[in-house]
Design a protein around this ligand. Sequence first.
Ligand SMILES: [Mn+2]
Length: 236
Amino acid sequence: MKPRIGIAANERTVVDGETFWLSYTAKNFVEGIQQAGGLPLLLPIGDPEDAKDYINQVDKLFLGGGHDVSPQFYHQAPSSYLEATNEARDRFELALIKEAVAQGKPIFGVCRGMQLLNVAFDGTLYQDLSAYPNETLPHVQHESMAKVSHEVTIEKNSHLGNFLPEHYQVNSFHHQTIDRVATPFKVIARATDGVIEAIESQGLASTILAVQWHPELTRAVIAREQQIFDYFVQSL
Ligand SMILES: [Mn+2]
């Protein structure tokens, strides 16, 4: 049986005469997991009490991008640079993370997913890169997201270091970043300005890997980016 990958879904409205709410995820996440040999299952935002039943149904958990994490979850007041948040999504995904770790199931996070994982274990975020103490690269790229825009340095002795080179180019579409790294994580990739671009767990019941960039948007044109999904589904 293929590994069953639970994808924490997002919500949005569409206007088609009337306004409708959709539960959804980016098709690129679905295809990245399918191509890796996984069976994607969408987990719609719901009652955190249901997290255990949802995680019972899957082998691994995937956390995608989207909203800023509500700063209340890392004990900060909202900055004026904070963008859209969804507290119900935060609460549900935090419950999924807690339950996946309780069941020893691996987690892979992308962008917001990495930030939320850090917050889940008492790390903090910069609510906007303007608060970062040094000048930063442009982390919100203007070119196509299928193109890379900045370099990251990858720790050789890490999950990503198993198949990615030390000097690696990624795309970038984030205005927030990790500030204080939560205790169960080590930083395994940084941009040349020091911004944290990937983390992995150490000493947890679950193996967790997360990246700040968006491999789902480059995987169709850059084979190594699909390999990140392959690694998650087959090896993490
Ligand atoms: Mn970046």
